[in-house]
Structure formats: C-alpha cells, structure tokens
Ligand binder design. Structure first.
Ligand code: ADP
Ligand code: MG
Ligand code: ZN
Length: 617
C-alpha cells in the first residue's frame, strides 16, 4: 500500500504558495512606492498593471529612474513596484489618483484561492493534523478488526485441493474412518434416520511426518464440502482475546457454509492442558482453547460441521478436548510398517525415472522407523544423488548413498584420523558387528563402516525386526551388542577411549527403563517405578516427580549397574572367544572402510569352524 505523508504534502503546498504569491513578475527593475507616486504625479506613467501586491508600471517613454538595490539610476520603460496596500483591494486613493492622471489601469484577473489558502492555512494545518491522527487511530482499529478475522484458508469447489486418498499410502483404517466422516456430511439423512449422531470431532494422532496433514488435505480433496484449514498457532496473537475472536469467526464461517469441515493442524499448540506451566498459564492460549470448546458445544445435532484436528502430542492435550462430544474420535496414525513403507515409497517414486535395479522391498526393509516424510526425503535424496552425476535414471546405488547420508549424516571428509585412532575405531565397530553376528536374536547386522560421518566416527547398521512386545532376552542381547564396541577396545587395543559415549548413553537408558518400567531388575521384578506418562512440563506436577525413596533409588541404581555389568562381561567374553573373526573384520574395515553384514557373518562362521586357530590376542 502506498502511504502519503500528509506533512510532506502540506509543506510542499505551503512552499509553492509562498514562492508564487510574492514572486515579483519578470525581471523588471523595481522602483519604490514613493518614486512610483512621483512618476504618476509628474504625469509620466502610461499604464499600470496591478497583479497581486505588485504593479507593473509602463512609462510613456524610457527614462532614468532610481531603482531599488542599485546605486545608479536605470534607464527603462517598464518597472515594477510593490504596492503598500492589501493586494486584494488596492487602496482607492491610488486608483483615484491614477485615473485623475489619465493612467490606464488594468488588474490581473484574481484567483481567490491563494488568498483563501493563505488565510485558512493555519486552520488547514490543524484539520490536517486531526485527520492524520484520526486516520492513524482508524488504521489501528481496522488492524484489530483484521486480527479477529480467522486466518483459515477455505477450499471448496472453486479451489479444490488436488490431493486424494490415493496420495496417502497405508493408513487404511484412518482412511476408512475419514471416508465415513465425509459420508456423514454428504448424506446426513442416512445417519439421522437410524438415530446415529454425527461425530463432532476427529483427532488425528501420530508422530511427526506420518502424514496427518496429508490425510487432512486428502479429505479436503475428496469431500464435496467446504474445507477450512488453519494451523492452531495462527490463532495466536500478541493480544489476549484475538485468538478467541478468530475461532469465533472461523466457526461462524463454517456454520454459514455447512455442511463443512474445519481442520485445525498442530492443535497441541493451543490445546495444552490448562493451568499447566509456571506463572498460572497463558491467558491468550486458554481463552482460545475455551472458545474452541464452547464453539464445539455450540453446534446442535443438526449442524453438519465436523472438526478435524491433528497433533503429535495427545498426552498433553486438555482432557476437556477429548471428552465425548468434542474430539470423540481419535484416529491413530502410526509410523508405517514394512508393507506400508513399501507403499509410501511407491507413491513417491511414481513420477521418477527408476532403473530396474531398484528394489523397493529391500528399501522398505532397510528403513525401519522411517516416517512417511523420511521416506519421501529418501526418494528425493536418491534423485539428487542421481542428478549430481547426470544419470537419466535413479538406481539402487543412489538409494543406498541417500540412505547412508540420511542415517549417518554427510561424510565428514575434513576429519583427520591418525592410524592408531583408525585402528581403535575399526576394532570398536568390529566389536559391535561380531557380537551382533554371534548373538542369536540380536538385530540382523546390515553393514559396518568406519567412514566418519557427521559426529560419528564409525557405525554399524542393523535391520531390527519390528516387534510390539520385546522380550527381556532380546533387550539383554541389544545391551551386549551396544557394549561390544567398548569391550573390543579393552581386549584388542588395551586402552579405552571416549568413542563409546553414545553406546553407554543408549544402553544405560535402556537398562534404566528395564528396571523402572518393565520390571526386569533383580530387585524389582513386577513393579513399575514410574507412573508418569509422557514428559513433564515445567511447573506441572513438579512436586510429584519423586516417586520413590532414596533407598529405592539406590536399589534401582544397583539393579541397573548389575544389568550393564552382566552385558559388558558377556560382550567381553564374546569378542575374546571370536578373536579370529574380530581381527578379520577389523582388517576388512581398515582396508575397505565399509563392509556388509555378510562379510562379518562369514568371518564368524569361519571362526566357529576352526576355533583352535584363533587364540585370543
Ligand atoms: P504430519 O502432518 O503427520 O507431521 P505430513 O502430513 O506433513 O506429516 O507429512 C509430510 C510429508 O510426508 C507429506 O507431505 C508426504 O509427502 C509424506 N508422507 C507422509 N506420510 C505419507 C503417506 N502415508 N503416504 C504418502 N506420503 C506420505
Ligand atoms: Mg502436520
Ligand atoms: Zn559404538
């Protein structure tokens, strides 16, 4: 928007006025009033042209006259002079005198505007000032009005979203649920006739990147009803009450457009439990939430507006949001399983040139715990890898490189490692690899590398079997594998390094959970020692955090230590027992930096065949 500065304009007008109002016309020599009067009374003046406060005097013939601002008289036929009287009404005696002396008098056609402007300028300035202030106030006002407007985007028949359920792979249950919701809106009579109540709210719950927003877009694309979408954070503004008023307008708009769907993304940003947090909560957020609650209650059964919302933190949502009559339906969108990953990969490979070497099944196996967004990223990274070397098609090696990049970070070429360090890293990784290969029930080893990437100096990759229930034995095996790195350092390098910090963090964490949550400690065998669900927010339940006595805490620590010690002893025993395989794997790593799980398994089975040939170091 263009903005004029009223002050500038006023100044300009004033300046122009001053310049033109008093400008003596032309560059004629100026004579003073007395000289002019004398010339008139001497009868030498032919004519006078009155213009504003000036007069142009034409003599009967040129002659020398004293001129203002010059020492010597100037010879000319025309002069100017300033009249003493008010320019608008030249004094009558002058006119009479001129007429009496037979001087022809003309007056310039007067514009009265400069006069008016001149007289009213101060008033104008005031009016302008007030107008300016008033506009400012108005501007602020209309800003507030805009605040109250909901920021929701509306999709309808005119601007249909072109995402469909076909773009969402997997999530069959969620899709079925949402298709039903769309059907409610299209054919409400069917449900009303049988006495069913149309649900009011559907909450999509799941980890980030699993496709919640995508599903909502698909609903918008599939439903033949207006779809209002807004991110919850867009309700929030600096001023208390704005969010609430936005919610109000949003629901009003939807009600007018009914049947309609409202989608509130990331609802946890306002739907957090009220009263949580230090300082008595957040007024604006609470008011906004309250408004949503009351709007949802405000719908009567016949209003066909359905509210969808998405969150990855259902645990922190205010219970009032989740009770029946509000978001009474919860659709869980979980991380995809292997089959679903395959489907998602296929969705994102749809429009990309792929070589026949690409094995989607293999890729979906290699991407445990990847979300839909991660998989999309993987396909894109692979395409980038291919493009970088000007390939016409993406092949499997591009996918592997992309996978390494994503799981490990970029190769860290600038990191210089001394030969000794490299040897230590190789044995450390060999320790993980060999313990994984020889422990039945451990995750299957996929590959091992000692290429520094990101912060990691080396890494071993596994293909974890996805399980819902994990046995104690499996957990213990995982501990052995993750401590295998340090055990190998101790046995083969004779010196321990800082390289195992991450392994320790992970394994200690797991051991603690085994004791605290899963009843797998020696002392606590059927008892959970934590009762909280989910992370605790500042100020909330802070007092309740300590759930057990000092004495219990000590017992827990002892249990954790015992679990870790046992795992470490086992790891040490394994790397010693398979010393031959350890040397072989470490050598292979030192020569080729990256080896597959098969190389490790081969080395292990060779060591099993000829155990005597492999004495410990
Ligand atoms: P969320 O809202 O759950 O955090 P998004 O819906 O924003 O996740 O997902 C991010 C992107 O990941 C989507 O745009 C989509 O490209 C991809 N994606 C996620 N899940 C799926 C899926 N099930 N099928 C296809 N693509 C998916
Ligand atoms: Mg989202
Ligand atoms: Zn390690």
């Amino acid at each position: 928007m263009r903005r004029f500065n009223p002050w500038l304009i006023l100044l300009l007008v004033l300046g122009l006025y001053l310049v033109f109002a008093n400008n003596p016309v032309g560059a004629r020599p100026e004579i003073d009033y007395t000289t002019f009067k004398n010339l008139v009374s001497e009868g030498r003046v032919e004519s006078v042209f009155l213009s504003g406060g000036n007069a142009t005097v034409t003599l009967k013939e040129a002659q020398n006259v004293d001129v203002v601002g010059r020492d010597a008289p100037v010879s000319s036929q025309t002069f100017t002079t300033r009249l003493l009287s008010n320019p608008a009404t030249p004094d009558n005696s002058l006119i009479q005198q001129l007429q009496a002396s037979g001087v022809r008098v003309r007056q310039q056609a007067q514009s009265i505007w400069p006069q008016i402007l001149f007289n009213f300028l101060p008033l104008l300035l005031f009016v302008g000032l007030f107008y300016f202030i008033f506009m400012r106030a108005q501007g602020g006002q209309s800003g507030v009005m805009q605040f109250g407007q909901s920021r929701a985007k509306r999709y309808g028949k005119e601007n249909r979203v072109n995402t469909t359920f076909g773009d969402v792979a997997g999530h069959e249950e969620a899709k079925r649920e949402l298709i039903e919701v769309v059907d409610f809106l299209k054919n409400p009579q069917k449900y009303v006739n049988i006495g069913a109540e149309i649900p009011k709210g559907v909450l999509l719950v799941g980890p980030p990147g699993t496709g919640k927003t995508l599903l909502a877009r698909a609903v918008a694309g599939e439903a033949d009803v207006p779809f209002f979408t807004v991110s919850a954070s867009e309700f929030m503004e600096m001023f208390v009450g704005v969010g609430a008023s936005r919610v109000r307008t949003l629901f009003e708009d939807a009600r007018k457009a009914a049947p309609a769907i409202i989608f509130i993304d990331e609802i946890d940003s306002i739907g957090r439990k009220r009263g949580a947090g230090i300082g008595g909560g957040h007024d604006e957020r609470e008011q906004t939430l309250n408004q949503i609650l009351s709007e949802m209650d405000g719908f009567d059964k016949s209003t066909s507006v359905i509210i969808m919302a998405a969150t990855n933190r259902p645990d922190i949502l205010d219970p009032a949001l989740l009770r029946p009559g509000r978001f009474d339906r919860q659709v869980t969108i979980d991380l995809p399983n292997m089959k679903e990953r395959e489907a998602i990969l296929k969705v994102h490979m749809r429009n990309k040139p792929l070589s026949t070497s690409v094995n989607v099944d293999e890729l979906s196996k290699s991407t445990p715990y990847f979300s839909g967004a991660d998989l999309k990223n993987l396909v894109n990274e692979a395409a980038l890898e291919a493009a970088r070397v000007n390939k016409a098609q993406i092949d499997m090696s591009d996918f592997y490189r992309a996978l390494d990049k994503i799981t490990l970070g970029l190769e860290n070429g600038s990191l210089t490692v001394t030969p000794d360090e490299r040897r230590a890293i190789a044995y450390h990784e060999a320790g993980h690899a060999v313990t994984a290969a020889v422990t039945p029930g451990a995750d299957k080893l996929q590959k091992v590398s000692i290429i520094p990437r990101g912060r990691a100096l080396g890494a071993a990759f596994y293909l974890p079997e996805e399980q819902v229930l994990v046995s104690r034995e499996r957990l213990e095996n995982q501990l052995v594998v993750s401590l295998g790195g340090r055990a190998a350092e101790e046995v083969f390098i004779g010196q321990v390094t800082t390289g195992a910090a991450d392994d320790f963090r992970k394994s200690t964490n797991m051991a603690r959970r085994m004791v605290l949550e899963w009843g797998m400690g020696d002392t606590f065998q059927h008892q959970a020692l934590t009762t909280d669900n989910g992370p605790v927010f500042l100020g909330e339940d802070m007092a309740q955090r300590k759930e057990f006595s000092e004495h219990t805490a000590r017992l827990v620590d002892e249990d954790v230590k015992r679990i870790l010690d046992r795992a470490y002893a086992r790891a040490k025993q394994l790397v010693t027992e398979y010393a031959g395989a350890m040397h072989e794997v470490a050598d292979a790593l030192l020569t080729s930096e990256l080896i597959t799980g098969d190389v490790v398994r081969e080395a292990v089975s060779k060591a099993r065949r000829e155990p005597s040939a492999n004495p410990a170091d």
